[in-house]
Design a protein around this ligand. Structure first.
Ligand code: ZN
Length: 288
């Protein structure tokens, strides 16, 4: 059986990019339709029948998102501007936490860097993310974007970040004519309900990007603090040395993360944003 990746979903049909480079229009075979619908990003087995091609099996997903409905996302590119709107580590970190909870790698792109001076505090914030191990790209008028373009190679990327940060124009510079759809809200029949748009993957550099941004609502409800503590990349390595295995790094004794903040192994910014978020979650403030 041949294998490929679903790059587009049109009602009940799927465009599958086969390993040999062909695109084939397929339907989901009966068992799949009932159990688990294929998603864009799924790696699937395709069988050729007399009248059509059918998806027989979906390979195991490494992760999936519901909005946009997409599987096997390698990274989420957080696009944040340095100015207008102002850069906020609180917002970036909340996105980093949500993305990491979804088992996706967060990558940061700071746009409009031509608007800041050399002594702007944003440089310190960027260094802090790099020191913590995050990939950070900067962009702006007359900036060399070769490294940023290369970060899409061989990956499925979802874009996120505040509106006005220039997500669409960034993609447009890389792939002229690219159109990024923002979450469409249908006002049809005055019901104002959310339309479920189908997601599509577009080639970018030598990789793929979803045409719909992800993580547009910062929703921390239905979340265990211990899961949040475990997901944060900054804490992962040092937390192995916490006295308690289920340590959430707040009031526990012998906490290696708190120790790490003190001797500057762990970012104090990330830790503070984590503590503030846990306090909000305790007050049931979970949507931002
Ligand atoms: Zn701890």
């Amino acid at each position: 059986m041949e294998k490929g990746t679903i790059i587009k979903n049109i009602s009940n049909q799927y465009v599958v990019l086969m390993e040999n480079g062909d695109e084939r229009l397929c339907v989901a075979m009966g068992k799949l339709r009932q159990d688990r619908k294929p998603l864009v990003g799924d790696y699937v087995q395709v069988e050729k029948f007399e009248h059509q091609d059918g998806i027989q099996k979906i390979e195991e997903r490494k992760n999936y998102l519901l909005r946009p409905a997409i599987a096997n996302v390698d990274q989420a590119l957080i696009v944040m501007s340095s100015k207008d709107p102002d850069f906020s580590t609180v917002l970036v970190d909340r996105l980093i936490f949500l993305i990491s909870l979804a088992n996706i790698t967060p990558v940061l792109c700071v746009s409009k860097m031509d608007l800041v001076s050399d002594d702007d505090p944003i440089h310190e914030a960027i260094n802090d993310y790099r020191k913590s191990g995050y990939e950070v790209y900067v962009s702006g008028t007359d900036f060399d974007e070769e490294a940023l373009i290369a970060c899409f190679n061989h990956k499925i990327t979802v874009l996120t970040g505040q509106s006005g940060a220039g997500k669409s124009s960034l993609l447009n510079r890389i792939n002229p004519g690219f159109e990024l759809h923002t979450q469409a809200i249908s006002k049809a029949l005055g019901r104002g309900k959310h339309t479920t748009r189908h997601c599509q993957l577009y080639p970018i550099g030598q990789g793929w990007v979803a045409d719909t941004p992800g993580f547009s609502s910062l929703d921390f409800s239905r979340l265990e603090l211990s899961d949040l503590a475990k997901a944060i990349p900054d804490f992962k390595e040092v937390s192995a040395k916490c006295r308690f295995r289920d340590c959430v790094h707040l009031n526990e004794p012998d906490c290696a993360v708190k120790q790490g903040v003190e001797n500057k192994e762990v970012s104090a910014i990330r830790y503070q944003n984590y503590v503030d978020l846990t306090n909000l979650i305790k007050q049931n403030k979970t949507k931002f």
